[in-house]
Design a protein around this ligand. Sequence first.
Ligand code: UD1
Length: 419
Amino acid sequence: MDKILIEGQTPLAGQVRVSGAKNAALPLMATAILSSGLLTLENVPNLRDLTTMANLLRHMGGRAELAPGRAGLDISALITPEAPYELVKTMRASALVLGPLLARWGRARVSLPGGCAIGARPIDLHLKALEAMGAIIDLDGGYVVARAPQGGLCGAHIHFDTVTVTGTENLMMAATLARGRTVITGAAREPEVTDTALALQAMGAKISGLDTDELTIDGVEALGPATHRVMPDRIEAGTLIVAAALAGGRVMISGAPHQALDPVYDKIREAGVTLTLEGDVLRVESDGPVKSTNITTRPHPGFPTDMQAQFMALMTVGHSVAMITETIFENRFMHVSELSRLGADITLEGRTAVVRGVRRLSGAPMMATDLRASASLILAALAARGQSEIARVYHLDRGYDRLDEKLMALGARIRRVRA
Ligand code: UD1
């Protein structure tokens, strides 16, 4: 297993470009199941999760070509409407194929998902909503076995009382080919939901209410070919900003989705980091002390849970005490014990981490536990004196497009040791 070695306290400098968004690319690849033509995706990041999704589409009998920056997906013939455990055990987003399979092919057999160990993460809300559209669903041997009623899924009014990102995407995709109108209230407003909706519209879907918590979808007979550019990754952009803030120096970040990042920019500015927009490029400068700043994770447009671990890394060197409250996932503090190994002073009080800033972190060996946690360990190591070693970086490769190489290009002393 690869590990990453970092020699901290080297200021960063230079320009870096943000890659396409993992959390947009995954549902976008699943939309191909709905189309009777070729879906071409541009700005596709190079990520393990996307390779898994491409393997999944191929297993079903589709054509899925991943080339640098592009994907060509054609699922106009389907052999098995199945997502087997072996393929999806590492990736919770595999549940995203359920709605499209039911809508277009009338049946699906999908392994219950794995993914990051950050909480129970059930898919009960996806299943309940599909049942409201007439789907008949059984659980059998770790699989969801589902079929659409005679004549296909029917439009329905679906209310999510917990905001679910992939749940909203799954239902929205299913509804594009259902009979009649579907209204989703309590819909997730994450920018990646909108990006998925835009691609579906380009394929011929009738969706309104984009960017709001109420989506209306009128089912159509068929969806056709389309080309779509994957939105840039707001979490990667946020991670790079914190890297610059912790290592010090001046970094220019191009291609970040600024509007989608407003809640993150606000908190990073509050923490004393200077962010300046020059056209499309964001200049990040951090010379002064880090101000301890409280955050509470919330669905968009709140502070994203996917930036919580990275923001905590920043707060470890804050000037006083920061309260970091996680409201989305119950077990998303596994980075706390690893950060403590660098000398961070963090105590957990239920869903809140109390982070008392320390003057200095010092390098240590650490273990990545999940995707965003692994990024936070790298960030903290950039600020630490001496050498850190981060094991189990396969988590990182699931969701970051060459983060270590990008940091190296900015001058970080970071090295990957291949197993
Ligand atoms: C997506 C993102 C993930 C992000 C998360 C929250 C993708 C591929 N992943 O995950 O990076 O951290 O949104 O922004 O886009 N829940 C249920 N039952 C369900 C579904 C969800 O109880 O059927 C709960 C979850 O356990 C969690 C909350 O709802 O507590 C939100 O989860 P959800 O938005 O569904 O997360 P994902 O879509 O899996």
